[in-house]
Design a protein around this ligand. Sequence first.
Ligand code: SAH
Length: 496
Amino acid sequence: MKKGKVTLIGAGPGDKGLLTMKGYEALKQSDVVVYDRLVSKDILDLSPENAEMINVGKVMNHHNIPQPEINKILLEKALFGKNVVRLKGGDPFVFGRGGEELELLLKNNIEYEVIPGITSAVSALAYAGIPVTHRDYASSIHFVTGHAKDGLVENINFKSLVDGGGTIIFYMGVSTIKQLVKGLLEAGMEKDMPCVAVENGTRANQRSLFSDISNICEKAEEFKLKSPAVIAFGRVCSLGNKFDYFTKNKLFGKKVIVSRAKVSNNKLTDKLKYYGADVLDFVNMEIKPVDDKSHLSYLIDNLKDYASLVFSSKNSVINFFNELYSKNKDSRALSHLKIIVIGKSSSDELLKYGIIKDFMPKEFDNVSLAKAYKELNIQGKVAVLEAENDIASIYKAFIDNNIDVELFECYKIEYLPYENTALFNDYIEKNAVAAFTSGAAVHGFVTTCNIKDFSKIRAVCIGKATYKKAQNYNFNAYMAEKPTIDSLIEKISEME
Ligand code: SAH
């Protein structure tokens, strides 16, 4: 049987943008992903949908899965011919036991590859605004494990570290910080030496604690410093406040719940994260084709009888064209029709099929849409492509304006159960903002979560229809100035 391969990939410190391109390409090719506790969810989400995901960072009966056990998993999967990715936080060879994992593979003649990652000491400090070397302050860096064997850190040569005069950075030092500080001071480090602890570096919940060595232990207790954190000592640490940029990002410190459908990538989530927001992806619905396609099929066979098409969302575009293609037709079948879209994402989607919209109303609620449509003065029948459960009010709006309208159910929305209620509740307790890009997303939120009173939740909505839906459920609703993702983000950034 064909033997597989193991690729050790450094996932970096957390920010998914810090995964290397080579690491990303290798991850996309994997059959099995064996990962640690420190690998961020954003990076795990880049794994292929059908890859087997094995969490070896899980704590079993308060003990981590023993290293020989992990080595065995890698070997066995590779022997079965799988393309195995071993994803590790930071760099696999920096306090990552990467070397130990290769031993057994080498012995068994399994092919392997190592893709380095960005180690947390350098990157967490950079995101806190601290260059680890600087010609005026430090000309060497020392990476040290603060992990205690048998409760002691006694094998660290503090004297040589302090004499070296460079930047000293401890990994795994949160629980041993007192011993580390004592060791450094006894070895002669100046009592006013600046230091910093960076917790969850490069992640949306990054926190930095600046101090001098004499006060760091007390301050760390007050700060409730938690792992993962790197703790650095050295003159460069005095630069932190000056060069800090990450925490100045416009959404840093803001918690946002994005209520959305299951899709491979979500523009809103990605942009929010880019601006530093701490985002909870609340995936509560799935878009599917309608069970009975006969009506839609009728429309496609009789397009000549219609004067215009209204695409109510990106999903209606996708599902309409799927059906069109299944009948061996393409966009040429639409050449005689005026094409109206609700929302920029629908119009962007249409472009992928080679179609430029004829019209997009300024307001996206049904009443405004019907009025705007009337003013276009299109003679003939309009076909509106909608979600299965969103039909009634749009129909009424068109009829009220004496428009010859026919509605077509183009896709359906299935609401999904949500498993991570504890995490969701934590965001709500911390006063997270809910971001909505459609009425269906509001509905998904309401039906899926375990909350009854929404009045204390701030809901930021993309347009009037979404805003109205949120108001109906009694959210503390806000509306973006313009119906675009950027405007929605702007609104969130203005909020306290
Ligand atoms: N191979 C990893 C280190 C693994 S040891 C690397 O190269 O970064 C685990 C330690 O790494 C943690 O105790 C902590 O000190 C550090 N660490 C990992 N991710 C971190 C992060 N996002 N922010 C701060 N420290 C981190």
